[in-house]
Design a protein around this ligand. Structure first.
Ligand SMILES: Nc1ncnc2c1ncn2[C@@H]1O[C@H](COP(=O)(O)OP(=O)(O)OP(=O)(O)O)[C@@H](O)[C@H]1O
Length: 605
């Protein structure tokens, strides 16, 4: 039966079956031969369905989408679906915060229209009639009422807790490249005994699908049930599968409590997944070395974070130890090695032969480091794990000081001399040393030294303004922070060869040093390179060739420095052949001035 003409059209069934909604406006309607309603509204002829879409489009679309998601939710329990449903229920409940003043705006508009439609002599009325007849305006009113009544169809009941397996299963198809890992680790759930996804690795095939979550129970792979299989067998099955891999999973309801904060860090220790007995899946581990730049992409797991190496274009993450886990392991390791040493001594005291100290070689440098409370070493209890970094873009005429660190006698000053000679006419410059010694007649203040009185220098030492200082023949010598800053602000490159203890004062935002470790080559190479070249040790004022024992000391000290400070070196040069070491040093020195470098976060500005 044709609906009665009231000036309002029933919205077609397509949008909402009940109750009928009406369109305000000077409309006529008719039914065509195929039974579709037509309406003429605001001078615009539309097929019933189009009209309905126009009027109720927003709500209808929203309702359709939500109901679709809800159907999916019931069928495929996934985190996203669950979030959508939560949103839907929130919208329904509105938490009582937004209460509409009316939920029958369409009817009110219809009333208004009816009561003024014959008073067309007034311009304001004509304008109102025109507005009320606009489909867009009607659509707004209609949408308003829908939301005000919270009348979203169909009504969604809360998700039942108990569901039969069929309704809770999701079938996921993943396209996996040849030899590409699935990008997820599996484990047996201790409570249910089911095989489940332990974690999804960032950037891997499983992650790219967006359909697999940690906690999903794995039931089938390519149609083959995996009940009763061992994790290794499942891993094997997964790794052999390529092309399209179909997984049958029961979705997890778990929401992650962990952090997903992403950050770029420098690794301060070496990690080899195959050497860690606790890693859930060594193949999923990311091996790295001290100094590697890592993008940490997931910290949800307290023990195993996910990261990829900066240079890895695929950005596929692997497992790395969390900071906390690494620290705990290191504490255990240190305790065990202390215990081991103690045991060796107590079990076999006779076999313990303390090292006979060799005659201390005097440094030919002019002063010794004073080891006192002020110049404490880097905190030896600290367990380096990761250092957050950022990119530093070199600024014109503002160069990072180059700091050559290494064992005494390894060749730092030789390399410094050569670097200075190779670039002296340009901009390399040494930092001035302060001294309390009297100025000699041919010396100029600020050229060879900055001359200070003993009181002045001691005062500055107390104020911690010296990165290192020492006493030689009754006079103090030292390098002050101010003199380093002066070199930096003069637009020159400051070259320093300090003792390792000075690093704590140098490695700051203000100085931003580029630290190069001059490493001793293996002992045999050290002997080969130093003996024929007649490398010189200095004993007081007498210069003589290195003894074998001294070369052994250099190699030993070098290894210790690397072990303790290796995590803060920006570059390592092995000083075997002087020519090769110089070539590397010149290359790095040029690079520092031009190329961006990773620096501790906060240094980049
Ligand atoms: N690669 C090398 N091959 C041969 N001889 C070298 C090499 N590097 C340095 N030497 C020589 O070794 C000696 C010690 O070097 P240098 O004085 O630079 O050591 P250093 O690290 O500055 O130690 P110190 O702080 O005790 O002065 C010098 O005679 C130097 O010429």
């Amino acid at each position: 039966m044709e609906p009665p003409f009231t000036g309002f059209l029933p919205v077609p069934h397509y949008i909402s079956p009940s109750p009928p909604y009406y369109l305000a406006g000077p409309a006529i309607n008719r039914k065509d031969d195929e039974g579709d309603y037509w309406c003429l509204s605001g001078g615009l002829a539309m097929e019933g369905e189009d009209c309905g879409m126009l009027v109720g489009g927003i709500v209808a679309a929203a309702t359709d989408v939500i109901s679709f998601f809800v159907r999916c939710q019931l069928r495929y329990r996934s985190l996203r679906m669950s979030v959508l449903t939560q949103m839907y229920h929130k919208l329904r409940g509105r938490d009582g915060r937004f209460e509409p003043v009316s939920d029958f705006a369409v009817a009110q508009a219809a009333d208004v229209y009816c009561s003024i439609r014959y008073k067309t002599e007034e311009a304001a009325v004509r304008e109102m009639l025109m507005l009320l007849s606009k489909p867009h305006f009607q659509a707004i009113l209609y949408t308003h009422d829908k939301i005000a009544c919270a009348d979203y169809e169909p009504h969604i009941d809360p998700i039942p807790v108990e569901e039969d397996e069929e309704s809770a299963v999701k079938i996921v198809s993943i396209i996996k490249k040849h030899n590409e890992p699935l990008g997820a680790t599996i484990q047996i759930n201790g409570e249910t005994g089911c095989m489940e996804i332990a974690r999804v690795l960032h950037g891997g095939a499983a992650d790219r699908s967006g359909l697999i979550s940690a906690g999903d129970e794995l039931h089938e792979i390519n149609g083959v049930g995996i009940f009763g299989m061992l994790p290794d067998e499942v891993v094997d099955m997964l790794s052999k599968a390529s092309g399209s891999v179909t997984l049958k999973l029961v979705p997890s309801h778990k929401t992650s409590a962990g952090r997903k904060v992403e950050m770029i860090v420098r690794a301060l220790f070496d990690f080899d997944p195959s050497a860690d007995d606790n890693i859930p899946c060594p193949e999923a581990g990311l091996s790295f070395q001290k100094g590697d730049i890592l993008h940490i992409v997931n910290q949800e797991d307290a023990i195993w974070w996910q990261a990829y190496k900066h240079e890895d274009g695929s950005k596929r993450a692997g497992l790395i130890p969390s900071r906390h886990y690494h620290e705990r392991q290191e504490v255990i390791h240190r305790a065990r090695s202390r215990e081991g040493k103690h045991m060796t001594r107590s079990i076999s005291p006779c076999r313990y032969s303390p090292k006979v100290p060799r005659k201390k070689r005097l440094k030919k440098t002019m002063y010794h480091i004073v080891q006192n409370g002020v110049f404490s070493d880097y905190d030896t209890d600290e367990i380096p794990a990761y250092e957050e970094v950022e990119l530093y873009i070199p600024k014109p005429r503002q160069f990072r000081p180059i700091v050559l660190i290494g064992a005494s006698g390894v060749g730092r000053n030789e390399l410094k001399r050569r670097l200075k000679a190779a670039t002296q006419d340009t901009f390399k410059r040494l930092c001035h040393v302060n001294t309390t010694r009297e100025k000699r007649p041919f010396e100029e203040e600020g050229k060879e030294y900055h001359f200070l009185t003993r009181d002045e220098m001691e005062e500055q030492i107390i104020q911690q303004r010296f990165v290192e200082y020492g006493e030689y023949r009754g006079h103090l010598y030292g390098t002050s922070l101010d003199s380093i800053k002066n070199v930096i602000s003069s637009g020159k490159v400051c070259l320093l060869t300090p003792h390792t203890q000075a690093l704590k004062f140098l490695r700051t935002y203000e100085i931003k040093p580029y630290i190069i470790f001059i490493k001793a080559p293996p002992l045999e190479n050290l002997k080969e390179s130093r003996m024929p070249a007649r490398a010189r040790a200095t004993e007081a004022d007498a210069i003589r060739p290195f003894s074998i024992g001294e070369l052994e000391e250099i190699a030993e000290a070098s290894a210790k420095i690397e072990e303790r400070y290796g995590h803060i070196f920006d570059h390592v040069i092995v000083n075997d052949s002087l020519t090769d070491a110089m070539t590397d040093l010149l290359r790095v020195a040029a690079k520092i001035e031009k190329e961006p470098q990773w620096v501790p976060v906060g240094w980049g500005q």
